[in-house]
Design a protein around this ligand. Structure first.
Ligand code: NAD
Length: 357
């Protein structure tokens, strides 16, 4: 297969590209604008493969999208390109509306135009896989609010996004499903929980805490730190996505999650404990924890029911939170130069997403 991956220089996209080049015979066309979040250094291990091609293109540029489809003639699209950081979406929603909504619309139209002109068997085999988030569902009851067993997000859960980021992703999910229903365009959608792992840009909780801890800086906890997320190791997500694009049924949605519900404060404390063992110093890393004002509109709990993925596509995560987190920390310790290069000039781990007025 020839797969056009959008956002292949980002955190999850680069894991998808590495997974496919290293484990299959497929060809990848990586289409990425290279925003602050896109880094070709994350693709060093595959960049010399004859099955890997890179196109620096903005998904908002329709003419360039048409050129890429006509040049490379892909059999499938995996659409990961997005603005992805909730705090940035609070500070400046505009790029989120442009890329996540307008860009997805452009990509759908470029892909549909290309697909319409394919011969019958290629047209039947074509897939457009839209990669989305569990944040579109809004938040779930928290153990503080409700006793007994708590609900999980299923593929039937109604959408109720809370942030500009999740609202823009929800909009793009609706566009993708409308293109299936109206035009018969062969789409499949996945909604995944929080990912973590190597090559994660240091604005997100886990890499930010690892790097701040090592530099002796504060480890900021939003609010009480009791928000719950369901963590999935990024390579488990990449395997799941490849299964969906190759074996998933047209028109279906698949929820992907790690069965690892953790409060943010537990995540930070676990990182500190692992660092105490791996990089000991005179004081405990947990002494650097500081509580800061909460994120506006912060969702309290996310948790995924991924039983459809395991029943229908025989996928389950390989990593537990403990094994995945240890691998992640070891990767950051061994790859300080990647961390320095991706942050240079663009971001110094400052607080984003506060509303001042
Ligand atoms: P990321 O921010 O690390 O990477 C996004 C990539 O998209 C970057 O390489 C960037 O250069 C590229 N990009 C941005 N705007 C573009 C544009 N206009 N044209 C072309 N390329 C553009 O994001 P990520 O964490 O890898 O997330 C990838 C996808 O998975 C997103 O759609 C996100 O919503 C979804 N998702 C993320 C998570 C998570 O925990 N990170 C969980 C579930 C779903």
């Amino acid at each position: 297969m020839k797969i056009l991956v959008t956002g292949g220089a980002g955190f999850i996209g680069s894991a998808v590209v590495r997974h496919i080049i290293e484990n299959t015979k497929d060809t990848i066309i990586n289409l990425d604008k290279l925003t602050y979040a896109g880094n070709l250094e994350s693709l060093k291990s595959v960049e010399n493969s004859e099955r890997y091609f890179f196109e620096q293109v903005d998904i908002c540029d329709r003419a360039e999208l048409d050129r890429v489809f006509n040049t490379h003639k892909p059999d499938a699209v995996m659409h990961l390109a997005a603005e992805s950081h909730v705090d940035r979406s609070i500070t400046g929603p505009s790029d989120f509306i442009q890329t996540n909504i307008v860009g997805t619309y452009n990509l759908l139209e470029a892909a549909r135009n290309y697909w319409n002109n394919l011969e019958i068997s290629a047209k039947k085999a074509f897939r457009f896989h839209h990669i989305s988030t569990d944040e579109v569902y809004g938040d779930l009851p928290h153990p503080d609010e409700q006793e007994g067993s708590l609900p999980l997000f299923t593929e039937q859960t109604s959408y109720a996004p809370s942030s500009p980021y999740s609202a823009s992703k929800a909009s793009s999910d609706h566009l993708v499903r409308a293109w299936l229903r109206t035009y018969g365009f062969p789409t499949v959608v996945t909604n995944c929980s929080n990912n973590y792992g190597p090559y994660h840009f240091p604005e997100k909780l886990i890499p930010l805490v690892i790097l701040n801890a090592l530099e002796g800086k504060d480890l900021p906890i939003y609010g009480e730190g009791d928000q719950i997320r369901d963590w999935l190791y990024v390579e488990d997500h990449a395997r799941a996505l490849y299964k969906v694009v190759t074996e998933g049924a047209i028109g279906e949605t698949y929820n992907i999650g790690g069965h690892n519900e953790k409060q943010n404060i537990e995540v930070v404390q676990t990182i500190c404990n692992i660092l105490d063992a791996l990089v000991p110093k005179d004081t405990r890393y947990a002494e650097q924890i500081t509580y800061v004002t909460d994120r506006p509109g912060h969702d309290r709990r996310y948790a995924i029911d991924s039983s459809k993925m395991s029943a229908e596509l025989n996928w389950t995560p390989v990593e537990t939170f403990e094994t995945g987190l240890r691998k992640t920390i070891e990767w950051y310790l061994a790859n300080q130069s990647w961390c320095k290069n991706v942050q240079d000039g663009s971001y110094q781990r400052e607080r984003l997403g506060e509303i001042n007025s």
